[in-house]
Structures are given as C-alpha cells and as structure tokens.
Design a protein around this ligand. Structure first.
Ligand SMILES: Cc1cc2nc3c(=O)[nH]c(=O)nc-3n(C[C@H](O)[C@H](O)[C@H](O)COP(=O)(O)OP(=O)(O)OC[C@H]3O[C@@H](n4cnc5c(N)ncnc54)[C@H](O)[C@@H]3O)c2cc1C
Length: 422
C-alpha cells in the first residue's frame, strides 16, 4: 500500500498494470470505515494489484479532473484505463473484492480466495444496527466499561442520517440536519471506545450461540446480542416500481428532492412520513400530488393542516397506484380510485413512495417471538423471547417509533445488560 500525490499519478497509476486508487479525506467517517478493509485486502491482493491512496483535499485538481466528487471513492485501473466501475459511500468488502476479481483471471482469484482465513473475535455485547437505538445502547454499554461491538450493513446513523431535518429531538433549539444529528451520536459512541464494524455483509446470525458472521469469514462472538436493525420502507408492489427504483422512484426526500427543482412529483402515501416529506419536497417542486388510499390523511394534525394549506400540494383521496411507467423524461403513475374504479394517468418528473415500513428481521425471524405485524416482542427491559437477546428501536413491537423512543429503548437495554453482566 502506498500514498501518492497528483504529480505521481501518471507514473504510479497510468503507467502501471493493475491499480486500485483510494481518494480519501480527513474527518470522513466512511473513509475511516474503508481504511481497515483496504489495508486488509492489500495483504491479500497486493501481489497482483497496486493499492494506492491519495489525499483528496491536497490533490483537488486531479480529483476534479477525474470527476471524483465524494470521499472515499475507489477507482480501478487496468493498463492505464479506468475499469470495473467506481465505488463510493459506505463501501463493502464484498464490493471491492468483486471489482478486484474482475481484474484477474479465474484461477488466480481462486488461489487468492483460498488464502482467506476465518477469524474469530470476542466481545461482551454485539449490537446489530447502528441507528439511534443501537448507538445509544453502544454509548451506555461503553460508558459502563462493557466491551461492545456495533455491526451495521450500512454506515452508522440509521434513518436519521437521511432525514432532512429533525425538530423534535430534545436539547436543540433549532431544527437539526438529520445527517449531523446521527453523525454526532455516532462520534460520541465511537469516541467512548465502542468498536465499529460497519458497511459489512451480515452473513449469519446465531442467536443461541450469540455469534454473528460478517463478510463470510469473520465470526464475532459475545455474551449478549442487541438487535437494533430498524425498518425498511414498504413497496407498493405495482408493476414498474422495482425497475424504476432509483431511476425516477425514490424512498428518500432528503436524498432526492433537490433533483426536482421546478418540476412536478407524485407522492404515494398519507401518513406522517408522506405528509411531512411532501411539505419538504414542495421547497423544490412546482406541484406535488399526494395519492392516498383512504378518505383522509393519517398524518398528525399539525402536518395535515400544513399540507392542506400548501398551494403546491394536491391530494387524490381513495386512490391507489396501479403501475409506474417511464415515458421519455416523465414517469406515468397509473392510479385507480378504489371506489369508482376509474383509472387516470398522472404525468410527473418523479415519484416518492412513503407507505410505511417493515422490520429488518430476515436473519433471525424464526428464532424470536413476533407480534402480528412481524415486529419483535420484548419485555420492559427490552429482553426478547431468546435468552440473552435484546431488541430496541423501530424493530420492536410498540406504538410510537421515533428517535427519542429508539434512544430510550437503547438506554434501557444497555442498563439491563450492565446489571446482568455485573
Ligand atoms: C423519512 C423519515 C423521517 C423521520 N423523521 C423523524 C423525525 O423528524 N423525528 C423523529 O423522532 N423520528 C423520525 N423518524 C423516525 C426515526 O428515524 C426512527 O424512529 C429511528 O431512526 C429508529 O431508530 P433505530 O435505531 O431503531 O433504527 P434505524 O434508524 O432504522 O437504524 C437501523 C440500523 O440497522 C441497520 N441494519 C438493518 N439491517 C441490519 C442487519 N441485518 N444487520 C446489521 N445492521 C442492520 C441499518 O443499516 C440501520 O443503520 C423518521 C423516519 C423516516 C423514515
């Protein structure tokens, strides 16, 4: 592994055979999350591929010339040509391996893979999921000197990291940018000394043995497990939705509303998320049509009143989407009135879908007692039906899912575990 600068780019990258180049920055949590994976893979693939790093802030001109817009960005080169697709954001080990393998021939890949040795590490507590619930449990456990590891399939922060503004988290007079709030929570927990294994593939979870296998080769063992895996947005199931996901259909206003400046969009849903996010989206768009299956909105009163007064928002009640079709630059949302069965086509530039969530429990759902909606049942100390396994936050069976309630659950689980491990 070698650090280079712009003046060495031509020689070290373009005149070399196979290269992986990491544009990184300082004060960049995703860069920190990548660093150990990059170093580890350099030991495996280093004889075949040159592992180079370049500090983006000091080599801005080159970064701009190459179109590198975020840190970290991994670029792959073969004989001076960029190949294999760039990786950026919360980069997983498996994604890097896929790109590295594409530079090499099959036999060599097999040989390298045969050198991957399984590893085992032991902790007191494994927390699965680094949203507000998991981060708070991590903070309390760490402050009680309990050896804890936080494992997440993405970067830390959970839903808060992609929420535009949070105005109801106590302690802040002004609304907080979601990303900053989650970043601060994560840094506080990390600074305490909690170990992070983030942007990983969770291959297997054994609740009985208290073992989690990540990235297929690394087994993490503990005395207790806290499940804090949150929820994932529901899909409408209408034809075209999957195909247009990320190509005109979005589930995140904070991430995508800015791309619809002076455009028209459709929002599917009528609950809190749909109505609150619609309000935010109208900062950008000229017109927004809410498609809602019931005869009135189900969001809280305050949000409803705001939406009903917003001149940019039009609402189609008792209407459901039946298909999403791309026609040139436009998305056609075919909707049907559930009573009259009359169909119409809504032409827009994009569609946002906010129709509720489902709990992330795929890897362990058969081992736990769940409620009728598939959320994990817990007692008042956040204990699940499986001995030594706790669950906190949005993934548990409860009435109100907010940052404050997830944080409270995390606190309770951590305090109960500290008592048990005394
Ligand atoms: C659009 C939107 C806006 C919102 N606005 C507000 C608001 O203004 N105020 C408020 O209080 N609440 C708000 N909420 C609700 C709030 O974000 C959630 O209640 C809160 O984030 C729940 O925290 P959590 O830790 O339980 O789960 P999450 O925040 O969902 O975090 C779960 C974490 O687990 C990880 N994970 C998932 N599966 C696995 C796995 N198998 N293994 C390991 N890790 C896994 C995920 O990557 C994620 O990082 C909003 C939610 C949404 C969707």
């Amino acid at each position: 592994m070698k650090e280079i600068n712009s003046s060495e780019f031509e020689r070290e990258v373009l005149q070399s055979d196979k290269v992986i180049l990491d544009f990184y920055s300082s004060e960049c949590p995703p860069c920190e999350a990548l660093a150990s994976k990059f170093e580890d893979l350099s030991r495996l693939y280093g004889n075949d591929v040159r592992f180079l790093k370049i500090f983006r802030q000091q080599n801005r001109e080159l970064a701009e010339k190459l179109g590198v817009k975020s840190s970290p960005t991994l670029l792959f080169f073969n004989k001076g040509q960029e190949v294999a697709g760039r990786l950026t954001g919360g980069i997983k080990r498996s994604q890097i391996i896929r790109n590295l393998d594409s530079l090499l021939d099959g036999d060599r890949v097999k040989e390298i893979k045969s050198q991957i040795k399984p590893t085992i590490s032991e902790f007191d507590v494994i927390i699965l999921g680094a949203g507000p619930g998991g981060l708070t449990a991590g903070l309390y456990l760490c402050q009680s000197k309990i050896n804890t590891v936080l494992i997440d399939i993405a970067l830390p922060g959970g839903h808060v990291s992609t929420t535009h503004e949070v105005s109801n988290y106590p302690g802040f007079i002004e609304p907080q940018v979601g990303y900053m709030l989650s970043h601060n929570m994560s840094e506080q927990t990390k600074l305490c000394g909690t170990i992070y294994k983030v942007a990983v593939d969770v291959t297997k979870v054994d609740l009985e043995k208290k073992e989690v296998v990540i990235d297929e080769y690394e087994t993490v063992k503990a005395k207790r497990i806290v499940i804090a895996t949150g929820t994932t947005p529901n899909l409408t199931g209408a034809p075209g939705e999957k195909e247009l996901k990320g190509k005109g259909i979005s589930y995140c206003a904070t991430c995508d509303a800015k791309y619809y400046n002076d455009k028209e969009v459709v929002v599917i849903g009528g609950g809190n998320s749909a109505v609150e996010e619609s309000e935010y989206i109208t900062r950008f768009v000229t017109r927004l049509t809410i498609v809602h299956q019931f005869d009135k909105l189900t969001a809280n009163k305050q949000a409803q009143e705001k939406a009903l007064k917003n001149p940019k928002i039009n609402i189609l009640f008792e209407t459901e989407p039946r298909a999403f079709i791309r026609e040139g630059d436009k998305i056609i949302t075919e909707v049907e009135n559930v009573k009259s069965k009359v169909r119409q086509k809504l032409v827009s530039d994009g569609v946002f879908i906010f129709i509720g969530m489902k709990p992330n429990i795929e890897l362990f759902k058969d081992k736990l007692e769940l409620d009728q909606w598939g959320y994990i049942k817990t007692d008042q100390d956040m204990r699940t039906s499986s001995k030594g396994v706790y669950a906190v936050g949005d993934v548990i069976s409860k009435k109100y899912r907010q940052i404050t309630t997830a944080v409270a659950d995390g606190t309770i689980a951590a305090m109960a575990i500290s008592k048990e491990l005394e």
